[in-house]
Ligand binder design. Structure first.
Ligand code: KIV
Length: 271
């Protein structure tokens, strides 16, 4: 009997097959080596190096300030921690909207300098030429529709998108256009569950929902939110699996107490 423990890596084709087989896709964000190692080791299908790093890693209010260099740094760290999952990296605000050549140059930098497997862009028709250009260079692209945080100053709020028919129709058309342009999957963020299900059923490629209901082909959450590292963000769609904030606070308080009481280090903890 063979002792072949070769790891079967997740590819864009794996995700397509998962959709066809009705198997749900699990995606989480990660931004550093240590958490990427935990998340990949736990069996996640996809890690998104999200520009939400701007919020949860750098403490900015929006995703707009993060730079291409900072996204590359996060992606390089994540890639060193994974063995199996597919890694998607967000193109940051300002690095693909102006024209397709700029978009391709940004995507190429990410692919060459990080070893990541694909990029994600926010938007539909407005960025279609950029999507086509990147795909034609052989770089897999994930789309992102609905609440697109890089456009927060246009929306004005983080409330549910596409509740009105006109916006829902645009989203339906954008999803088709992104599929035709060659996207391998589309994130649907914070839109009504019925619309997300309808769009999912109209596409051949998988949809990954966040606040878009159970009809999507997969789900994504920001790691800091689902692990309870960040406790200020409490939208209805979030399920918190741990309260690291409380656990870490208690551990740090215990450490402070132990140091102050000269309890740490003890005899066994010194040379
Ligand atoms: O940057 C991010 O974390 C994202 C997810 C919310 C989908 O784009």
């Amino acid at each position: 009997m063979s002792d072949n423990k070769e790891i079967k890596k997740v590819t864009t084709n794996t995700l397509l097959k998962m959709k066809q087989a009705g198997e749900k896709i699990a995606m989480l964000t990660a931004y550093d080596f240590s958490f990427a190692r935990i998340i990949d080791g736990a069996g996640i299908d996809v890690i998104l190096v999200g520009d939400s790093a701007s919020n949860v890693m750098a403490g900015h209010e929006t995703t707009l300030p993060i730079t291409l260099e900072q996204m590359i740094y996060h992606a390089q760290s994540v890639i060193r921690g994974i063995n199996r999952c597919l890694v998607v990296v967000d193109l940051p605000f300002g690095h693909y909207q102006s024209n397709p050549d700029v978009a391709l140059a940004s995507a190429i930098r990410i692919m060459k300098e990080t070893g990541a497997h694909s990029v994600k862009l926010e938007g539909g028709e407005e960025i279609l030429e950029s999507v086509k250009k990147i795909v034609s260079a052989g770089i897999p692209v994930m789309g992102h529709l609905g609440l697109t945080p890089q456009s927060i100053y246009k929306f004005g709020t983080y409330t549910v998108r596409a509740k009105e028919e006109a916006e829902a129709n645009k989203l339906r058309q954008d999803a088709k256009l992104l599929e035709e342009a060659g996207c391998f999957a589309i994130v649907l963020e914070k839109i009504p569950a019925t619309l997300a299900t309808e769009v999912t059923n109209s596409l051949h490629i998988p949809t990954i929902g966040i606040g878009a209901g159970g009809g999507c082909n997969g789900q994504v959450l920001v790691m800091h939110d689902m692990l309870g590292i960040n406790t200020e963000f409490n939208p209805r769609f979030l399920r918190r699996y741990l309260d690291i904030h409380e656990m870490a606070t208690k551990a740090v308080q215990q450490y402070i107490n132990d140091v102050k009481a000269s309890d740490f280090p003890n005899q066994q903890e010194q040379y």
